[in-house]
Design a protein around this ligand. Sequence first.
Ligand code: GTP
Ligand code: MG
Length: 400
Amino acid sequence: MSVTFPSPHSYTGEDIVELHLHGSRACVNGVLSDLGERPGLRQARRGEFTMRAYEAGKLSVYEVEALGSLLTADTERERIQALNSGGGKEVLEEWRKGLVEGMAHAEAVIDFSADGDNTDLQDVEQVWGGVTKKIRTLRERMERELSSSVGELINDGVSVVLTGPPNAGKSSLINKLLKRDFAIVSPEAGTTRDVMTANIDLDGVKCKVSDTAGIRDAEGAEGIGVERAKDMREGADVVVEVRGYGEEEEEEEEGVGGGEERNVIRVRNKIDLRKEGEGGVEGVIDISAETGEGMEEFIDQLRVRVNEILDSGGGSASTEGDGTLAPESVVVTRARHREHISNAVEALLRFEEMAGYGEGGVDMAAEELRLAASEIGRVVGRVDVEDVLDSLFNDFCVGK
Ligand SMILES: Nc1nc2c(ncn2[C@@H]2O[C@H](COP(=O)(O)OP(=O)(O)OP(=O)(O)O)[C@@H](O)[C@H]2O)c(=O)[nH]1
Ligand SMILES: [Mg+2]
């Protein structure tokens, strides 16, 4: 069976024919090899359909990125965020419109001042005052959006780093979390050296969990592993401090453990070795990576921390009054968006500084507005984005 999509109402805007076949490899290969022998026909490259849709103006870069996120989405939150990218695009277009309006007003003020007619000077100043006020509000709105990294966290995953002394059971714990034999576990201290990272889906939120080398004074390859472990701990969204049962005390003295940092979860592993009648420690979750005891409480605690991070990362337009996420208003979902919006904010700060300085100032200030508008335009963008697109389309599969 075949279905035709005449131009311009197809995905790419061109004429498209879809062949619907039986799914067996032999059928598909038979048809493909027949088509391949006909002049002018070849297989599509990865993401070529989307590339053509983009070139035909059917999709913006922002939408292509969202489609890329959708195709690679591991979790429900990622999927919803990608589907809601339209909301982000609308916000961006509203910002750009505001900036372009500001530019138009600036032009008017410049023209008016050039006329040398001072009778309506007060009106002009009033108009200009209104423009600068609007731009300031817009800039504050952008800063609020930048202060939230929820979009990127949902896309990239929340990083959870397991750390602690050698032999505490970090590798055993990651295996338990992943429900598979992922990292090597051995009674030898200093088994893990490289950082080992795998994703888990925590109620629809992607978490990148990393097992790291046990922290101790070490040389050679293990020493490098320890350095990597420390770097990972530093950059983690959530730190899980793992101690082996009976090993907590000496660690505290060395100043490795403890800490009341908000993003730290402290666990005491190997609780199956606990002696009769011995109690727990305040603020520390007892688990056994071997028997699974306490794992539920640990995962609950992890869930609480991850949600706290997402909620506080919102703290703005992306968080509703009751603290629940409103993903439809998330604008920044990639580092690329952050970069352009930050550039726009900087330009607007310069604008605000100059806007007050008489006539010459308006000229220069207007230039900053233009710059800010073009940066915001790039986020949605059709401006010099070839490199973005190249790397993006590579993530797509053939046929998309
Ligand atoms: N009894 C008991 N033993 C455990 C438990 N968890 C881990 N172990 C044992 O502790 C030893 C060390 O476990 P690992 O998971 O390799 O510890 P690690 O923290 O990754 O160690 P390094 O990679 O060397 O830093 C192994 O012999 C495990 O079998 C537990 O809950 N109970
Ligand atoms: Mg290990």
